[in-house]
Design a protein around this ligand. Sequence first.
Ligand code: GLN
Length: 499
Amino acid sequence: MSQLPTFVHELVPKLSSRELSSREVTQSFLDRIEKHQPAVKAFVSWDGELALQNADAVDQRRANGENLPPLAGIPIAIKDILCTTDSVTTCGSRILENYRSPFDAHLVTLLRQAGLIILGKTNLDEFAMGGSTETGICGPTYNPWDLTRTCGGSSGGSAASVAAAMAPIAIGTDTGGSIRQPAAFCGVCGLKPTYGRVSRYGLIAYASSLDQAGPFGHTIRDLAMMLQVIAGHDPRDSTSLNVPVEDYVAEIAKPFSGAKIGVLREQLDGPGLDSEIRAAIERAIDEYKRLGCQIVDISMPYSKYSIATYYIIAPSEASSNLSRYDGAHYGFRASLEKKQPAMAGVKAQSPLIEMYNESRSQGFGAEVRRRIMLGTYTLSAGYYDAYYKKALKVRRLIRQDYDAAFEKVDVVLGPTTPTPPFRIGEKVNDPVQMYLEDLFTVGANLAGIPALSMPIGVTASGMPIGIQLQGPALSETKLLEIAHAYQRAIDYQPRVAGL
Ligand code: GLN
C-alpha cells in the first residue's frame, strides 16, 4: 500500500480518473501514520475508521458521476487548535484535554464540503505558544529529517506530518510564524494568508489580532489549491474580509510576468543569521535574477523592534483570551480535596477563587502561564501605557515600514528562520532564545500581510532551509506566483523525509 504516490499532484489525476479510490489513498496514509507516528509523534489523535468512512462517501459520489472539486478524496491533517466535532480539540493543553467542540471551525466545514478527508489532529505547542512543538501535553514532535531536532512550531505536527508523508497536506495556524517556521524546518511549503482572508471561526484564539490559519504542502501549487478551498468571507468572523477570492491555481499556471523583489540587507547581512542559510538565500536571489526579476535593496528600520512589540501584544491578547478557561466553563477542573490549607498569614480564598486558581495553575503549562502573567502585567493599570499602548504604536510604525517597502517592490524576500532546526530540549527552557527564533516571521503578523516559506536547499548536515516571501495585504496571487516561478525554474522535486 505504501507504494502509492504521496504527492497531491500525483494523487489528484489518479483520483479523478478513478485509477485510485480515496479509500486506497486514505488507507496508504493511515499505514504511514501507523508506521511513523511512534518516532515522529506528529499526531495528537487520529481516527482511521472515520477517515475511511468519509473516503468511501467521496468514492461513492464519484462513482455516481458527480463532478467533485479538485481535492476531493485527498486526506489532510489539521492542527489540534481548530475545532472539529468528530474528535477532541485539545490545543495541546491539559485544560482542554477532553474538550469536544459542538461545531466545526469554518475552514473545517469548507474542507469537508470540498471532499477532503480529515485524517486526524496534529501536535502543537500548548495553545500555539512556542516555536518547537515541545510544550503540548503529548510531548514533542520530532523532525522527520533528524529525530534529535525540533520540527519547529507551533504547527510542528502539521509540518512534520507532511514532511514524513503521513499526510499529503495539512492545516496550521500562524500568530508569529507558526506555519512558516515549521515549514522551513521540515522542508515543506507553508503559507500564512492575509489577516482576515481565512475565517478564524473555530480557531481557538491565542492572539486574535495576529492569528491566521493556512496551508502546508509539498509545492506552492498545493498551497494555491488549498487556499482556494479555505479562503473567503465568513460573517461569523467579524474580521473576515469580504473580498472575492481569486483563482490562485489558474493565475499561477500562467507564464511568469516577472517581479520586483525587495531584499532586506540589514536582515541578510546582519548578525544572528546562520551562514549556510545566508548562502542559500543568496543563491535563490541569483535564481530570481536569472528569471528576470529586479532585485532592490530595501530598508525597514523598525523591523528590529518587531520581536519586542510582538512579545507584548501577543501575551496581552493571550491573557485576555485565556481568561475563559477557569475550570467552570471548559475542560479541566482541579479537585480541591487534596489542597493544602492556606499557609499561616495567607488569607484563605473563597472555594470558588481557589477552584479557579488551582484549575488554571494545574491546567496550563509553564510557557502558557508565563505568557498569561506577562500579558496581565502589560495590560494592568499603570503599565498599560508604557507597554501595551506603546507596542501598538510601534506596530503601526512596523506596518508603515512595510507600506513604504511595497511602494517600491512586489514582495520582500529573506530567510524564514535565523537558524536551521535546533535540538529538542535546546531552547525550551530558555524563553528568550526561543522568542528570538521568530525574528523574521512576526513582522508579517503585526502588519497583517501574507507570507510564505518554501524550501531552497539543505545545510551540510542535511537540514532543510526555508526562504520567506512577504507581500502586501491580499497579494496572495502574486506571492504564490513568484514562489511558483522559482519552483518551476529549478524544476523543484519535493522530497519525503527518508525515515
Ligand atoms: N513562536 C511564536 C510564539 O511563540 C509564534 C507562535 C505562533 O505563530 N502561533 O508566539
